[in-house]
Design a protein around this ligand. Structure first.
Ligand code: NAD
Length: 452
């Protein structure tokens, strides 16, 4: 059965007769989406503006009631959402379920922040008041449709904004549950709109439009560059950009290898190597390089949880550029239909495998001898999203903490130790702006200063 999805505009499901597009896997149709026409955009923007004013004028109590209804609906349908999340992304049910549960936790965290007053500060004759920024255009990528949405949408709504969601054209079926939850949320029912269509056509038209105050974009750095140059066309808009990464894992000593080799494999294999924060460069202290190779090869041999099918439209053509002589693990995986790991070594620093984001577990190993020099070089690289350090040396840890210019940093830790109350963001080509937590909520506010 082919799933069908519809736009949601002005608090109602909006059907169109013709013009649809489909998602596929191995020539099998998965889901049908409306290919929204440019002529309907003005109506959608008007509706989002109306939805913004409704939300802006809600009391905290009313907004909180709506959140409660949304959270209850999502909780009740958690298994179903996880089932649909798997269809286009290739995730396994257990992994999807963890993501959906975490997504719901973001709604709960944002609901707690609704209690905050909007008077920020009062000094003698000056009041500083927070205001919702207005209408937010929210772009969602294909690899984590539900959780990326939940890291942003509840905070946008808690701030009092109106929203237009433009999901990925490659994976978005689970978002239907968010629409259903919103439609049952009473007060916030009209504050969210969802519009499907290609990024190139409908996405870029929305980006240029008037009537949008802010763009919250999560996706690739290449698309972000287009958005930056198009976004000012209709009117000046605030941008918040959560982009790609080329994330280093620095391994300094044997003690931490023994303890953490499993975590290192999890970091490189997260979402089948298709995660913005997944590790793809491993820098190993030259003194232990040989031993580390033995450990990682052994651990990868034990790792059998390969589940993510290779999607042609997603895996970029970096594989064609791999020099086969440089592969020391997984040569046969190049032709696999699943995202299986491939380890390479001795590539030059300029090699595209060492510099570009690659959405597959294609991992490059390098030696280092001075951590200071390594950090200085990493800080000059294009991306600055996530970095991982495994070391026992306290001085090294302190130096790393103070000097590394990456947005999310783990030290002797694993991905599962993330706390949802922490803000997320990046440096350089990994974007700017912060999402989630009180800091993320303030991202969707402006501060108004009143002298009286
Ligand atoms: P993408 O850039 O291809 O698409 C993202 C969104 O932009 C989609 O909704 C798409 O329809 C839209 N879009 C595409 N072209 C557009 C255009 N010209 N104008 C306006 N909109 C356009 O990204 P993707 O392949 O869906 O997702 C993978 C990327 O997202 C990776 O680079 C990954 O690192 C990044 N990502 C980052 C984070 C983070 O938190 N930093 C999280 C998840 C994914």
């Amino acid at each position: 059965m082919i799933l069908k999805r519809f736009n949601y505009i002005d608090g109602k499901i909006s059907r169109i007769k013709n013009n649809h597009y489909y998602t596929y896997f191995e020539k099998k149709k998965l889901c049908r989406y409306p290919d929204t026409s440019i002529s309907s955009i003005e109506k959608i923007i008007l509706s989002a503006n109306k939805g913004f004013h409704i939300n802006k004028n809600l009391s905290n109590y009313q907004r909180s009631i709506s959140f409660k209804k949304i959270i209850n609906y999502l909780k009740k349908n958690c298994n179903q959402i996880a089932k649909y999340e798997c269809i286009e992304t290739g995730k396994k049910f257990e992994n999807a379920k963890k993501e959906i549960n975490n997504g719901i936790k973001y709604w709960i965290a944002a609901q707690k922040l609704i209690k905050n007053k909007n008077i920020f500060q009062t000094n003698k004759n000056i009041d500083i008041i927070t205001e919702p920024i207005g209408v937010v255009l929210l772009f969602i990528p294909w690899n984590y449709p539900f959780i990326v949405l939940c890291e942003r949408l509840p905070f946008i709504l808690a701030a009092g904004c109106g929203v237009i969601i433009k999901p990925s054209e490659f994976a978005a079926t689970s978002l239907d549950f968010v629409v259903k939850a919103i439609s049952k949320s009473m007060y916030l029912k009209k504050s969210v709109n969802i519009v499907y269509g290609s990024g190139k056509k409908i996405g870029s038209y929305l980006v240029k439009s008037k009537g949008i105050d802010m763009i919250s974009f999560t996706g690739s750095t290449d698309t972000a560059k287009k958005i930056i140059s198009n976004s000012h066309k209709g009117c000046i808009k605030k941008l918040s950009l959560e982009l790609g990464g080329k994330n280093p894992i620095i391994v300094n000593d044997l003690f931490e290898i023994k303890k953490n080799i499993k975590s290192i494999v999890e970091i490189i294999m997260e979402n089948g190597g298709q995660a913005c924060i997944g590790g793809s460069l491993i820098y190993v202290n030259s003194k232990i390089y040989k031993t580390f190779k033995e450990y990682i090869v052994k651990e990868l041999d034990l790792f059998k949880n390969y589940q993510y099918p290779v999607r042609k439209h997603i895996r970029n053509n970096h594989y064609n550029h791999v020099n086969l002589n440089k592969i020391f693990y997984g040569k046969k995986n190049i032709k696999s239909k699943l995202n299986k790991p491939i380890l390479v070594e001795n590539l030059s620093s300029q090699d595209r495998i060492n510099t570009k984001e690659i959405f597959s577990p294609l991992i490059s190993l390098k030696k280092f001898s001075s951590i200071k020099k390594l950090i200085s070089n990493l800080n000059k690289s294009d991306y600055g999203l996530a970095a991982y350090l495994f070391t026992q040396e306290k001085k090294q840890i302190e130096f790393f903490k103070r000097n590394i210019r990456y947005g999310r940093v783990w030290i002797n830790s694993s991905l599962k130790n993330w706390d949802i109350n922490s803000p997320i963001g990046g440096f350089r080509n990994s974007g700017y702006g912060q999402e989630t937590s009180q800091i993320g909520l303030n991202n969707y506010r402006v501060f108004k200063t009143i002298v009286n």
